[in-house]
Design a protein around this ligand. Structure first.
Ligand code: SF4
Length: 370
């Protein structure tokens, strides 16, 4: 099967430092003026030289975003269904070796959480589980979706990688979006950070978004967890992955997220610090490379920063977030990581209106024959 792994392999020996060293300010200025960017133009905008041109990049990013998306921001919220996990990702609080109360919601609890979220007006939900096909099999995810679709018009899943047939099953149940992060595209770092469990299989995870596209998913959101490896190469490969999917599956709405590491149980420190300026550069470069690509920013980022990012190419933001299983009804539950922006949906909407943006609660309705 043709896979994005073939694209990754092309850059395995690539000398990023040498490429960045030969770039000039004039190169970057010329690229910013272009209508269509090549992959090397994109990489150029991720370079240290391009840091001197963020203002010009920001102006173009804002123009492209309003041209393709208007002054709107889709709001959604995550719901953690379970925190059972068999993996040992060193950077995650749900790592099987961490001592915390493991839990999975019953269907009554799913409905109770759903009612709390739905009362905020949100119609887009992202459901999450840890990675345990035994505790949270596909049949459990389907059952949850059946309950949740009474409350929400769009249900995305952020669960372990599924087979193409399993993606078909959850889509048939009512899911229409997939979020799955490769976490880190560098294969050596990936092996170090995933010492045991099914997640060690780099390529099975890498191909998951493509399997979902083949199965007929409507939206796909991918990305790397920033802090695990050099951010410029991870941003480059994330963008290439999004571009690969968008070109091959034009009917699918492709987005990226640039999540940065947050404190969590287990306390694995980031290997590299990705500062606010780096994050902004990544987002702007991506917007210029993929003018119609979605860009999601979560509550991992602070309220102050998220307010400033609204006009820099973001199209989706989470709001009213809780990262604990059933944490809206049970406030004692421990979350996957600490969030930075704990504003309610109403507060987020007020902030958007104040910036001249319209919060969007619903932009899609799945119609499935019962
Ligand atoms: S990142 Fe996901 S798979 Fe890894 S330990 Fe956390 S919940 Fe499990």
């Amino acid at each position: 099967m043709v896979s994005f792994i073939d694209e990754i392999l092309k850059y395995q020996e690539f000398d990023y430092a040498a490429f960045f060293n030969q770039l000039t300010d004039a190169d970057v200025q010329r690229i910013i003026q272009k209508d269509r960017l090549s992959v090397f133009d994109y990489l150029s905008l991720l370079s240290p030289v391009a840091e001197r041109h963020l203002e010009a990049m920001a102006q173009k990013a804002h123009r492209l975003t309003t041209q393709h998306f208007g002054k709107t921001m889709l709001l959604f919220t995550p719901m953690y269904l379970a925190n059972y996990c068999v993996n040992q990702c060193l950077y995650c609080g749900f790592n099987v070796k961490n001592k915390l109360q493991r839990k999975k919601l019953t269907m009554d609890e799913v409905a109770a959480e759903a009612a709390i979220v739905a009362a905020t007006g949100l119609k887009h939900l992202l459901i999450l589980t840890g990675e345990s096909s035994q505790q949270t099999p596909v049949s459990y995810i389907e059952e949850c979706i059946h309950v949740l679709k009474k409350y929400f018009s769009c249900i995305g899943i952020e669960v372990y990688p599924l087979s193409e047939e399993e993606y078909r099953q959850v889509i048939a149940a009512g899911a229409d979006g997939l979020t799955i992060y490769q976490e880190v595209y560098d294969q050596e770092t990936y092996s170090e950070l995933h010492p045991a469990g099914p997640k060690r299989n780099y390529q099975y995870r890498l191909d998951a978004p493509e399997r979902a596209c083949k199965a007929g998913i409507r939206t796909v959101n991918i990305g790397a967890l920033l802090g695990l490896n050099d951010w410029r190469t991870e941003a480059f490969l994330s963008g290439l992955h999004a571009d690969y999917l968008q070109r091959k599956y034009p009917e699918v709405e492709v987005s990226i997220s640039p999540p940065r590491m947050r404190p969590h149980i287990g306390g694995y420190p980031p290997k590299v610090i990705v500062n606010d300026k780096n994050l902004v550069q990544y987002m702007l470069a991506y917007r210029l490379f993929m003018p119609r690509g979605g860009l999601t920013v979560s509550t991992r980022e602070s309220a102050e920063l998220r307010d400033r990012l609204v006009k820099l190419g973001v199209t989706k933001m989470s709001a009213g977030v809780c990262t604990a299983v059933g944490g809206r009804a049970d406030t004692e539950s421990v979350g996957q990581f600490e969030i930075s922006d704990d504003r309610s949906v109403r507060e987020m909407a007020s902030m958007l209106y104040a910036n001249g943006y319209q919060p969007v609660y619903k932009d899609w309705q799945v119609l499935i024959d019962e």
